[in-house]
Design a protein around this ligand. Structure first.
Ligand code: ADP
Ligand code: MG
Length: 481
């Protein structure tokens, strides 16, 4: 089937001279407002370069955008309930745990802190639910995944509507600005951290960002720090790696996590979601120390486990949503965003899924329990992997997902060190909606939708991670179809 195309916000292509000039303006706007990243090839703390972005906001149907926004608090609550359902998590993850060492280590920390008695019952979630439009289904949104840990780009993308307003005005199309929704993700996400801080309620406590050894995506992290500092000058933020936490943090007799003599109120993980971020036992020990402490974790370990692909797949299985949501319109709306998700466990359903994917691999994506991009398999690789793993227990670490076919968009991608003017390309967009939640098993205190991000990639690329250099930052231009 040929892919349909959504109309761009202004007629394309642009005249080359106009294009070159507006690209230069947009790049300077980006650099001067922190739409940037550190250069991986020539890392220096003294410089940032532009993060890849699209020149014009990409079209997105208004009804689908609104649907995703409205659903976010519902999904926040669903994931909150899932993460507090020990039995469901155990049953869902048990086969994967046997073959996936990383998820097993996270899970074992969860068991351990439960056995010891939970010191901090509150969790903070800064979530992001991601969607692609399913073109054969009238461009309705389908959920790609639900991120519960280190969901990024809320900060930088909050500035993009402003950049696109500038670009559209420079192109003489200021009248179109009304079709771009404001994005207050940065402020909303930071409010979540601040509210959790206040609920911790210890004066002079600090907020701890758990960061990578080298942070390439520095703007997206620092903006949170700047925003919190503006709103609440009394809150000090520390940035530490897991290794530094191992070395420097201690638990006192009240189980407070103490760094440099100060109790930690909130721990915000921007690292710790993939195996490479735990190069030794020290990092795992640090993680355990944090989880044992009274600090409010973002995410708590059970939030992180609830965000695994395996849980996403289990929630789409018949009967699962019923466990968490009463019958009614909301439940149907949630079910409607799920696409085909299949377990590869060793049972009848798993066997059927394996057969189905081997017979028609192009229709599927094979996903391990990993975050951060670049781990999934597509097309011929799905078939090859399943033929190899068919009789091996390893296959239980993966889920099978129907491949979503988004509509095409025409646009220009602006990248650092790339030729100007860029050429007009076929692109596809992925929408992310941010949510904030704070609660414990008994009660949810805060639950809201706080903003969005759009990232857009070349239509023929399988994945579109911006930090990985594949995707480009974007913001929706809402279409009334
Ligand atoms: P990760 O945790 O690595 O971000 P995702 O599930 O988000 O894993 O997959 C990474 C990327 O792969 C997505 O951003 C999307 O571009 C692509 N992708 C994932 N699932 C599908 C799917 N079912 N159909 C089409 N593309 C997909
Ligand atoms: Mg993703």
């Amino acid at each position: 089937m040929s892919q349909s195309r959504l109309a761009s916000c202004i007629p394309l292509p642009l005249d080359n001279k106009v294009l070159s000039s507006v690209v230069e303006k947009a790049k300077d706007w980006a650099l001067m407002h922190g739409v940037g990243m550190r250069d991986k090839a020539h890392f220096s703390k003294d410089t940032i370069q532009i993060a890849p972005f699209v020149l014009l906001p990409s079209p997105f149907p208004r009804t689908e955008f609104t649907k995703a926004v409205d659903l976010q608090p519902v999904l926040n609550e669903l994931m909150h309930k899932v993460s507090h359902d020990d039995e469901f998590l155990e049953k869902t993850l048990q086969n994967a745990l046997e073959v996936d060492d990383f998820t097993a280590k996270l899970y074992n920390i969860w068991i351990k802190v439960r056995e010891e008695g939970i010191t901090q019952s509150l969790s903070l979630g800064l979530f992001r639910s991601d969607y692609l439009m399913q073109q054969p289904d009238s461009n309705r949104i389908k959920q790609v995944e639900f991120n519960t840990v280190a969901a990024s780009f809320g900060a930088i993308t909050s500035y993009l509507p402003s950049m696109f307003r500038y670009v559209l005005r420079q192109l003489g199309h200021g009248e179109l600005i009304k079709n771009m929704p404001e994005n207050r993700a940065l402020s909303g996400l930071c409010s979540g951290i601040i509210e959790a801080y206040d609920m911790f309620g210890v004066p002079s406590a600090v907020v701890l960002f758990v960061v990578e050894e080298v942070s390439y995506n520095i703007c997206d992290q620092r903006f949170h720090e700047f925003e919190i500092s503006e709103k609440r000058p009394d809150i000090m933020i520390y940035r530490k790696t897991l290794n530094e936490i191992y070395e420097e943090a201690e638990l006192n007799d009240k189980k407070q996590l103490v760094i440099e003599g100060r109790a930690v109120a909130v721990v915000y993980y921007r690292s710790g979601y993939e195996p490479a971020q735990y190069p030794s036992q020290k990092e795992w020990d640090a993680r355990l120390k944090v989880e044992r402490s009274s600090a409010i974790k973002c995410p708590s370990i059970h939030y992180q486990l609830a965000g695994t692909k395996k849980v996403q797949q289990a929630l789409a299985a018949p009967g699962a949503l019923e466990r968490f949501m009463a019958e009614g319109e909301l439940r149907s709306r949630v079910r409607d965003i799920f696409t085909g998700l299949y377990s590869l466990d060793f049972d009848d359903n798993g066997e059927r899924a394996v057969e189905m994917a081997i017979a028609d691999a192009e229709r599927f994506v094979l996903k391990p329990q990993r975050e951060g991009g670049g781990n999934n398999l597509y097309g011929a690789d799905v078939k090859e992997a399943l033929l190899r793993m068919r009789h091996s227990r390893e296959r239980a670490a993966y889920i099978l997902m129907e491949r979503i076919l988004p509509p095409l968009i025409s646009g220009y991608v602006v990248r650092p060190n790339a030729a100007v003017p860029p050429s007009l390309c076929d692109l596809v967009s992925e929408l992310g909606i941010f949510g904030v939640i704070i609660g414990n098993k008994e009660k949810i205190y805060i639950n809201r939708q706080v903003g969005h991000m759009l990232r857009t990639k070349l239509a023929d690329a399988n994945e579109g991670g911006v930090a990985a250099g594949l995707g480009a930052l974007d913001s929706p231009y809402l279409l009334d179809l």
